[in-house]
Design a protein around this ligand. Structure first.
Ligand code: UGA
Length: 443
């Protein structure tokens, strides 16, 4: 470190921003978290994390106890406080399009830049189309007061929900997209304790930094759809995709991670990121280079339809009036996030075919209910499966994995189960008298 620790602001206290602000304060920085939503700010300031993330509430209280973390809705205060400003606002999918909606990012950069009157670094962390940083640089220069030395950098974030604290404190790598030595130095200072732990740093231009993020998520999505495409082939041939994945994974060039077949990917990142990347590549005249991402998306969506098929088959050909217990709503376990959740999508498709669907998720019931109020929600696993004619596992929570097939069998009306996540012990279920079906596995 060349001088005292820089003071950090974090604009946008959603999933990414709140985690970043909290972890940086725990690491020793003075941090100011900023959001336009006064409720969010009030809850965070009171020590309450507004979403489910294991370990984060404890870290928030730790940071507040140290007195290093404060929250505000005031952009003037933010502009005066920070040496390095991290912009962590959302870039959702634009309604009616595959493009990313950049209005929050643009407004955060503009609102800050016009108020800052000293040397500072604005760092984008949000996932954006390639070329956004370059465009924002022009905007920032236009709106910032004359003579202000403002610079812009891009620092993509790779944290996973459910592991947000661990991924922020011990990331696989840091990527700094910068245009000057000053920007690189400021970022090195802003991540000094993490770099000191030996975390590799890749210093690049801003376009490369933006691309790293979408390229990484596209690769992960492709890997999942690859094994799910093989599951389709398995279904047509009587082969077993679980054994196939296991055999492939011993080749360490392929590896076991993100090779788990099942209902496929969802969440606030992978689906929208591959679509926005595809859209941006088309704009850049290189659409053909990532056209395969359309297939990745289609393979992924077909898994949802196929899961509905399996439930319908077990129900005897029609879902009309059939009582179905849907286990899980979140897009993955250890999360209450239902954005583009395959689980909830399947529950909704079953409902639309006339099934009487009861949903239970250990953490995501409330969010799911807000999104699809028409579905029925049970507040325990037992209530959810009581009287079910078909049970379908959609999110692989530990609670569902551990459930005893014999006990479950006593509550349901019919012992028929579709394992949408390859999470259950097929042999144990069959031994307990269940008809067990899973995607990509023989009957
Ligand atoms: C993903 C990336 O993993 C992070 O590196 C990235 O930072 C983040 O997006 C982001 O862009 O912010 P996340 O959305 O939290 O993280 O979830 P993942 O753990 O990647 O899971 C995504 C989906 O893929 C889930 O629905 C999961 O069930 C599914 N999945 C994952 C599979 O179907 N099979 C697998 O083998 C792995």
């Amino acid at each position: 470190l060349t001088g005292p620790l820089p003071r950090l602001t974090v604009i946008g206290t959603g999933y990414l921003g709140a985690t970043h602000a909290i972890c940086m304060a725990v690491l020793g920085y003075e941090v100011l978290g900023v959001d336009v939503d006064p409720d969010k700010i009030a809850r965070l300031a009171a020590g309450d994390v507004p979403f489910f993330e294991p370990g984060l509430p404890e870290k928030l209280r730790e940071a507040l106890d140290y007195g290093r973390l404060r929250f505000t809705t005031d952009f003037d205060e933010a502009a005066a406080f920070g040496d390095v400003h991290f912009i962590c606002v959302g870039t959702p999918q634009l309604a009616g399009s595959h493009a990313a909606d950049l209005r929050y990012v643009e407004s955060a950069f503009t609102e800050l830049a016009k108020r800052i009157d000293r040397r500072a670094l604005l760092v984008g962390k949000s996932t954006v189309p390639i070329g956004t940083a370059a465009r924002l640089t022009t905007i920032v220069q236009e709106v910032s007061p004359a003579g202000t030395d403002l610079e812009l950098a891009w620092n993509p974030e790779f944290l996973r929900e459910g592991f947000a604290v661990e991924d922020t404190l011990r990331p696989d790598r840091l990527v700094f997209g910068v245009a000057s030595d000053y920007a690189e130095r400021a970022l090195r200072d802003a991540f000094a304790p993490i770099i000191a732990e030996g975390t590799p740093v890749v210093v690049a231009d801003t376009a490369t930094a933006e691309l790293v993020k979408v390229a990484a998520n596209s690769f992960l999505a492709t890997k999942i759809s690859y094994i799910n495409a093989m599951a389709e082939v398995c279904e047509a041939t009587g082969a077993d995709v679980n054994l196939l994945a296991k055999a492939l994974s011993f080749d360490d060039r392929i590896g076991a991670r993100f090779l788990k077949p099942g209902l496929g990917f969802g969440g606030g990142c992978l689906p929208k990121d591959i679509r926005a990347f595809r859209h941006r590549a088309e704009e850049l005249g290189v659409g053909a280079a990532v056209r395969f991402l359309d297939e990745v998306d289609q393979i992924n969506l077909r898994r949802r339809a196929r899961t509905v098929d399996l439930v319908r088959e077990l129900a005897g050909g029609s879902l009309l009036g059939v009582r179905v217990a849907a286990l899980g709503a979140a897009f993955k376990p250890n999360s209450d996030d239902v954005r583009d959740a395959p689980a909830l999508d399947v529950a909704r498709m079953l409902y639309l075919e006339g099934a009487l669907v009861s949903v239970y998720d250990p953490e995501a019931n409330d969010n799911a209910h807000r999104l699809y109020p028409d579905l029925e929600y049970a507040d325990t696993l037992g209530k959810c499966v009581r009287g079910a004619e078909v049970t379908v596992l959609l999110t692989e929570w530990e609670q569902f994995r551990r459930a005893d097939p014999t006990l479950l069998g006593e509550i349901v009306a019919e012992k028929k189960i579709v394992d949408g996540r390859h999470a259950l012990d097929a042999t144990a279920y069959r031994r307990a008298g269940w008809e067990y079906r899973a995607l990509g596995r023989p009957v």
